[in-house]
Design a protein around this ligand. Structure first.
Ligand code: PEP
Length: 248
């Protein structure tokens, strides 16, 4: 099955209004063959959505509740009102720093979908888990435990992000990427049947303009989630173009 490639940027805790020029430059450079998106800090969503034209702007997290006593948290409806069209959930930095569990990630994805947001759900093993030969078991376990009820490619994409590859300049071999994406797809098939063929599975972890064609060209890789290299058009656009070149 031919799935469209999706290249999503994750600005993490970077970006002020002064950076909206980068959003405009990225938005202007997305070819028709690929989908792209930028997930920015909460404070920049409204400004980025204004600046981005047709480029979807997203958040990097969402709370699982509609409203309530959750100081410092943001609901899905708030994201929608600010102009977000999607959100990341379960990023490894949140799983590690905020101790988010698979059950919370699942609930966040379901809350986001209920409010009309698309979701990029992140999974990935640590270096210790890979070295112990547990990578596939850990990652497919995360898929099983955090996949939202009613999961559909209409609103859900997964992002396989080995924790040890995020922001380190290290990447798995192409064979390892293909093997893990195949294992994720097989787990999805078990869980949601034929719908699994339509779900985009992105790779994330130190993707840049030089390695994008190789990583995005791997079997079962349907795009990329990009951190550091998504902060400027100069670095991000070549990755988007690499995805487009594989789709022509
Ligand atoms: C990320 O934060 O999701 C990510 C993949 O970061 P980087 O591209 O910087 O490794």
């Amino acid at each position: 099955m031919m799935r469209r490639k999706l290249v999503a940027g994750n600005w993490k805790m970077h970006g002020l209004k002064a950076d909206l020029g980068e959003v405009r430059a990225i938005a202007a450079a997305v070819p028709a063959e690929v989908d792209a998106a930028l997930c920015v800090p909460f404070t920049l969503i409204a400004g980025a959505a204004d600046a981005a034209g047709a480029l979807p702007i997203g958040a990097q997290d969402v709370h699982q509740s509609d409203k309530g006593a959750h100081t410092g948290c943001i609901s899905a409806a708030m994201l929608v009102e600010a102009g977000a069209l999607l959100t990341i959930v379960g990023h490894s930095e949140r799983r590690a720093d905020q101790h988010e569990t698979d059950a919370q990630v699942k609930a966040k994805a379901e809350a986001a979908q209920k409010a009309g947001l698309r979701v990029i759900l992140c999974i990935g093993e640590t270096l210790e888990e890979r070295d112990a030969g547990l990578a596939e078991q850990v990652v497919t376990g995360q898929v099983a435990a955090s996949l939202p009820d009613g999961a559909s490619a209409d609103w859900l994409a997964l992002a396989y992000e080995p924790v040890w590859a995020i922001g380190t300049g290290r990447t798995p071999t192409e064979a390892d990427v293909a093997a893990m994406h195949g294992a994720i797809r097989a787990k999805l098939r078990e869980l949601i049947g034929d719908e699994a063929e339509r779900v985009q599975i992105l790779y994330g972890g130190s993707v840049n303009g030089s390695n994008a064609v190789a990583l995005l060209g791997c079997e079962d890789v349907d795009g990329a989630l990009v951190g550091g290299a998504s902060l400027t058009a100069e670095k991000f656009v070549p990755i988007i173009e690499a995805a487009a070149s594989l789709s022509r």
